[in-house]
Design a protein around this ligand. Structure first.
Ligand SMILES: CCC/C=C/C(=O)SCCNC(=O)CCNC(=O)[C@H](O)C(C)(C)COP(=O)([O-])OP(=O)([O-])OC[C@H]1O[C@@H](n2cnc3c(N)ncnc32)[C@H](O)[C@@H]1OP(=O)([O-])[O-]
Length: 258
């Protein structure tokens, strides 16, 4: 598939997806979602890729779903086509770690896309928001749910009801992003961290991601049982033997991804 709205690249074992629709501040049109899903399918199937970085431009990670594309749609259009239920959710089912490297605007669907990633590294110029309310609609890609889980009800409610933007500092202090990086260093740092993760055992990393994500979907007791079972299952892998043997023998582990 030829891409018109994204650019993909690799650096070692890191897959990079850059949203690249500059004229519309990377607004998420249907074609972009289709391309993003295709790129994710390819990176997921590629055994040489251990982690992915999703980024945009310095001005915008993504300024939201494409308003001009949505504007003429009727209720019957969106209901019958189950608008947003297909390619736009692909990121949330991706099994390898994905880091969002966010600079500039991450608004509406852009903020929701960043929140589907496993963690967010924010440039110091990043701005997050769910401004859908100002357009006479509400978030439709998980914003009311993931933002509430990330920053708590009071701040999420304020953000969704007012549509105001949150600075990188506020996003970090409220737990939406894991760290703030100077804009010029953002991609280098994101690729470095992704590379460190990709050097670990891929199946163990996938289990760890699955277990952390379980915390969003279950009770504490069930989540702890799920984690315990996955933890037990790591003992069936060669990589657990290698990791612990390497520690005992004071050497660097050589993971084989099995
Ligand atoms: C997915 C699930 C549900 C989600 C819903 C949503 O996300 S709802 C969306 C939630 N998001 C919002 O409500 C944010 C909407 N965007 C804004 O408020 C402003 O663009 C800004 C404050 C981000 C930047 O202001 P600035 O003065 O620096 O820049 P500028 O304004 O001059 O924009 C440059 C060009 O980009 C264009 N374009 C930008 N965004 C979109 C878009 N989403 N769509 C389409 N096009 C968009 C803009 O029209 C212009 O094109 P033109 O005229 O040159 O052909």
């Amino acid at each position: 598939m030829a891409y018109n709205n994204i650019v993909t690249d690799t650096k070692g074992a890191v897959g990079i997806i850059r949203l690249d629709r500059p004229k519309a501040l990377n607004a998420l049109c249907a074609e972009l979602f289709e391309e993003l899903a295709d790129a994710l399918d390819k990176f997921e199937a590629d055994e040489n890729i251990g982690a992915v970085v999703l980024t945009g431009s310095e001005k915008a990670f993504a300024a939201g779903a494409d308003i001009l594309e949505m504007q003429p749609k009727t209720y019957m259009d969106v209901y019958k086509s189950d608008f947003l239920s297909h390619n736009s959710e692909r990121l949330s089912t991706f099994r390898k770690p994905v880091i969002a490297a966010v600079a500039g605007y991450a608004l509406g669907g852009g903020c929701e896309l960043a929140m589907m990633c496993d963690f967010i590294l924010a440039a110091d110029n990043a701005q997050f928001g769910q401004p859908e309310i100002k357009l006479g609609t509400i978030p439709g890609l998980g914003g009311t749910q993931r933002l509430t889980r990330a920053v708590g009800k009071s701040k999420a409610m304020e953000m969704c009801l007012t549509g105001r933007m949150m600075s990188a500092e506020e996003a970090e202090s409220s737990g939406l992003v894991s760290r703030i990086i100077p804009l010029d260093d953002l991609m280098d740092e994101a690729v470095k961290v992704a590379g460190e993760i990709a050097d670990l055992s891929q199946p163990i990393v996938m289990m760890c991601k699955e277990s952390v994500n379980k915390a969003y979907e279950t009770t504490l007791r069930e989540g702890i049982m799920f984690e315990r079972r996955l933890f037990h299952s790591t003992f069936s892998t060669e990589d657990q033997k290698e990791g612990m043997s390497a520690f005992a023998e004071k050497r660097t582990p050589e993971f084989k991804n099995r």
